[in-house]
Ligand binder design. Sequence first.
Ligand SMILES: [Zn+2]
Length: 202
Amino acid sequence: MKYFGFEPSAAEPAEIYLFRWPAGYKEFMRKHYPQFFSGPACVFREDGKLVIAIRASRRKTQQNLRHELTHVVLASNLSRVPPWVDEGLAQYFEPGPEPGTVDAKWLREVRKNFQLDTMPSVYELIVKRPAQEFDRRWYRASWSLVHFIVDRDGVDVLVRYARMIGAGEQEGVAFARCFNESPPSMDAAWRKYAFSLEPGPP
Ligand SMILES: [Zn+2]
C-alpha cells in the first residue's frame, strides 16, 4: 500500500505495546522514554527497532495506531516534518476507517474556536510554532487546516512543502511557493471550509 506517494520502506522491526490501564503505561514510558510526559500513545526508536506504545480502549487503540503509524511513515520518508503537517496528517488518518473521516466532536471544537476568535491563524501554525508542548487547540487547528488543504489541493502539496522545509527553506517562502497565497488569505478560505464541512465519512 502506498501512502502519500511513498513506497513502503524496507521491513523494519517494530514492537507494539498495548496498555489497558494508565499505571502500566506510565511505568513503561518512565523506563523506556522518560522525556515523553503526556498523551495516550507514543512512537520512538529503541535499540534499532521501532516501539509504539498505546494506552487505550480497543476502539481507540485502532485510532491511535493509525495516528502513530502516520508519524512513522512521514518520519521515515522526510528529513523534517513541520509539526502542524505531522500532527495534522496523523489526525487526518486517526478517526478512520476512511482517511479524512470527520470526527463530529473535533469539528465542534474547531468551529467554537473560530467563533470565539481563539483559533491559531495559519501564520501562527506555520511560522510561530509554540515552544512548549502543543495544546489541544493547536492539535485541532492543525487537523482542520490539513483537512482543508488535502481536500482543496491534495496531499502532495503538503509533502512538497515538508521537503522544502527539510531542504532548509524558510517557512514563509516555502508556503508562498507551494500554496500560491498568503497565510491571511488562506485563513478566510479555511474558516469557510470548517463551517461547510459535514461530520462523518468523507
Ligand atoms: Zn501525534
